[in-house]
Design a protein around this ligand. Sequence first.
Ligand SMILES: Cc1ncc(COP(=O)(O)O)c(C=O)c1O
Length: 475
Amino acid sequence: MTNSLSNAFDAESFRKKGYAMIDQLADHLQRMQSPDLSQKVYDQTKPEALYDFWKKDLDAPTGNWYEKTLAQIIHLHHPKYLGHQTAPPAPEAVLGELFGAFLDPGMGIYEQGTTGVVLERLISEIVADKIGFSPETSSGFLTSGGTLGNLTALLCARAVKIKTDVWEHGYQGKQYAFMVSEEAHYSVDRAVRVMGMGAAGLIKIPVDDQFKMNTSLLEAELIKAKKNNVEVIGVIANACSTSTGTHDDLEAIADFCQLHQLWMHVDAAHGGALLFSRKYRHLLKGIERGDSVIFDFHKMLLTPSLVTMLIFKNGSHSYQTFAQRAAYLWDNQESGEWYNLAKRTFELTKTSMSFRVYALLRNGGEQLFEDYLDRQYDLGRTFAQMIKALPHFEMPVNVPESNIVCFRYAAPDKTAEELNEINGSIREAIVKEGEFFIVQTRLKNQIFLRVTLINPSTTVEHLSALLLKIQSLLK
Ligand SMILES: Cc1ncc(COP(=O)(O)O)c(C=O)c1O
């Protein structure tokens, strides 16, 4: 071995640096949980400044780069992190990831993935049971994010529902489409375009005043599509929508799909986690009637990203998604061994996602999930009441269904344009200052402040402080 190789694989150096890094992260976590935490959640720095900083560091490395990163990066474990839907990873799941990253077997084929592949199956059986799918006939796997999960599910729907062989011969001039609420995540639109179906491949159904798909419009839209020679192959339901956290009526969508023999895909990237909450499970009523379901463990189930479950009611469908030969990996593409996952996934070399989930499940995970979900969803409702008590604030939904809460300042003497400007500048000022991190969204052309109550250490006191800060910015 050359010097560089023996240094790179030196076990003692790994041990020393590994312990030091874990110490550093544990100290950071402790700091984030301290009652007198004064550290900012976020230090807004221009990309060019950070680029110059790291270029210098790379050219002449000095000091500890983990420490430098900790001083710059956004802190998901900070109780005032109220931004995007990325959960603060639970340390146990992080250790699972570290373990998997070190061993790094690759989950695409069984001869490499072995234990990790089996764990994926066990996890998918737990999920099947929670959904109400038959453990014998359903089948699922983990994949790299909700975006890829949605694309994979829609590709499968296409393979099952279209009578001709699109995989081999393309669409042959025919226009197919999926229906989805206008509030769907952009990954659905992207998936349909990636599939070559174009803009006409997605029929966007308007939402009602609570941002749920207006399912009473589905029939008329289907008739209109037929008239235009568009064949609808499926409907995608939101559970829940990204902007407002609203759940579509899964029963109504399932009735429609059943009547017209359409594929029903449930994009439960955020809300699918509620399978683990007895209190809020009712929001997913009808999910068991879906043909495919995705949800992200890295959103509301505390793993580091990315860990997405894609599960099919009829597991045999999942083998129809791709039809490519790979003689060096397996002899027969047509055979459906559950343990050669790459036959059904985009990824071949797939990370050991199951280790992250299993690490939690083995350590009281189901109870942890339920405690976490109930707490965060309860907090969403409490926060909504706090907003309602303020003069001149409004919310787009009467009662938030999830831990995503949108609201805005809406004094009656201001024009729509002024209100957009005021709310946009509130968000900008908050992020710039760095004590809190929140995001914004645009609903029916109005800018709303948007928080996701995703941190288990966020309390009512933190939320009161946020509202006081917002009010102070209005002065
Ligand atoms: C409803 C919904 N679907 C899909 C996605 C995409 O998931 P990912 O970021 O894991 O690719 C998101 C992300 O926010 C989402 O909210």
